[in-house]
Write a protein that binds this ligand. Structure first.
Ligand code: NDP
Ligand code: 2IT
Length: 443
């Protein structure tokens, strides 16, 4: 089958799933030649099977708000691929959540988890629930209702959810409590747990730390480093928070954060107490970054993205398709060296083309943000061992995993003196899963 015919077929089977099709398109573009040149993959229809989730769960999530009114949301879990381990991936609670978004995230997770070298398959889930403006009790009741259905489909050797947008330590706690009550089992069924009940040190920081470790490896290929560099970051959530800390440690200066309302510009750099303030903003459920501008008396640009600011390094850490063609051109024109994705698929395909055409260092989220799920994998290992590793041990393992992912990307993506990290990540991630599927027969 020709590549276009393959993509047309996937599009016909998944109407109105633009984000999912965008993710499939990118992977197929990268792996098609490898796929074509391996007759065993083709005969076993590995790629045709890979784009079809093993199982999709959709369920009603009814709950009662503080006024006593009944609310109804939709819950999902996409169990995409279990060739190399139990389904593994986060839960997203955001009003924009659809089947398409969770299928894109679940699909990406297959390759990302493969790159970590840890035994984890791909999955993702969540709900269109909007945490904005909800009380703590409302969030708890929602999480309990969500888990009262999800619990029958997951388990420490089956499917291990974690956090994503709108799901952090608080939500994982409520979800875990309900799972434990229903199953009467204290087990590592979720990651991102609290430190007193099975969580791992460094997991909260891991995605942001990992993204910066990865960017540092990219910079090293050009004999560059974070020292003295100006860094633009989007988002102000979990990933952005970890990234800001690590950039500071490596001697860089972070000048922006953003939310759905716009971005803030802090010329002096976001460091010290200002980093702790990010946690307060996230916990407030207000969903606005403007609060930072008021607190620290810095400019706030309503409805705009931080990519118009002059920077050496850009780390998009908010959400998908938040950096478009025009933004990419701005970054290039302003002399940006490196764009490393902390979020999942934040750059549009057109933006990626511009960055690559201009030979800017660019790495996709499935490689650069894999530190979060890798540390989830380390949390699972510690749960199985019934033992906790120290902060230094976990951080060292995370750092080593990110270096290893960088090496895999270079191995499969090197094209003359430029590294195509998209191709490198897709091919490296694909090979391991494809070979495992081949070994396991037609299932
Ligand atoms: P958080 O909920 O902690 O933060 C999300 C951030 O993105 C917030 O600043 C949020 O602002 C902003 N945001 C969310 N939706 C939109 C939107 N539609 N428009 C503009 N801004 C938006 O989530 P995380 O930090 O965990 O996740 C951020 C990104 O990183 C996501 O792409 C996620 O998939 C990815 N990721 C997360 C990992 C993790 O371990 N948590 C691991 C790997 C990737 P607001 O709250 O105001 O909506
Ligand atoms: O997108 C991601 O990799 C995550 N949200 C983390 C998933 C996990 O299982 O830790």
């Amino acid at each position: 089958m020709e590549k276009q015919a393959f993509l047309d077929d996937v599009a016909a089977k998944n109407p109105a799933q633009s984000e999912f099709l965008q993710a499939v398109h990118e992977v197929v573009e990268s792996v098609w030649d490898v796929y074509q040149s391996n007759p065993r993959f083709k005969e076993a229809k590995i790629l045709e099977r890979m784009v079809e989730p093993e199982r999709v769960l959709m369920f009603r999530v009814p709950w009662t708000n503080d006024k006593g009114e009944v609310q109804v949301n939709r819950g999902y879990r996409i169990e995409f691929n279990s060739a190399i381990g139990p389904y593994k991936g986060g839960l997203r609670f955001h009003p924009s959540v659809t089947l398409s978004i969770l299928k894109f995230l679940g699909f990406e997770q297959i390759f990302k988890n493969s790159l970590t070298t840890l035994p984890m398959g791909g999955g993702k889930g969540g709900s269109d629930f909007n945490p904005k403006g909800k009380s703590d009790n409302e969030i708890m009741r929602f999480c309990q209702s969500f888990m009262s259905e999800l619990f029958r489909h997951i388990g420490p050797n089956t499917d291990v959810p974690a956090g994503d947008i709108g799901v952090g330590g608080r939500e994982v706690g409520y979800l875990y409590g309900m799972y434990k009550k229903l199953r009467n089992e204290f087990t590592g069924v979720l990651t991102g747990k609290g430190l007193n009940w099975g969580g791992s040190l460094i997991r909260p920081e891991a995605t942001g730390f990992g993204t910066v470790y990865f960017a540092d490896e990219m910079l090293k290929t050009k004999n560059e480093s974070f020292a003295g560099k100006t860094v633009a970051i989007s988002g102000f959530g979990n990933v952005a928070w970890g990234a800001v800390q690590k950039v500071n440690e490596l001697g860089g200066k972070v000048v922006t954060l953003s939310g759905p309302d716009g971005y803030i510009y802090d010329e002096d750099g976001i460091s010290g107490d200002k980093i702790d303030y990010m946690l307060e903003m996230r916990a407030s459920n207000r969903d606005v970054v403007e609060d930072y501008a008021e607190e620290y008396d810095v400019p706030f640009y309503e409805g705009r993205h931080p990519w118009e600011v002059k920077c050496d390094i850009a780390l998009p850490c908010a959400t998908e398709n938040e950096l478009n063609e025009k933004d990419a051109q701005n970054l290039v024109d302003n002399g940006c060296l490196c764009v490393t994705e902390g979020a999942n698929m934040p750059c549009t395909p057109e933006a990626i083309k511009i960055l690559q055409r201009n030979k800017i260092l660019y790495a996709p989220g499935k490689a650069a943000n894999a530190g979060g799920v890798a540390t989830s994998g380390l949390e699972m290992s510690q749960n199985s061992l019934r033992f906790n590793w120290s902060r230094e041990e976990v951080d060292e393992k995370l750092h080593q995993i990110m270096k290893n992912i960088h090496e895999q990307c270079v191995r499969y993506g090197k094209d003359g003196d430029y590294v195509d990290y998209v191709k490198g990540a897709n091919v490296a991630g694909f090979m391991k899963v494809a070979n495992a599927m081949l070994d396991q027969g037609v299932v």
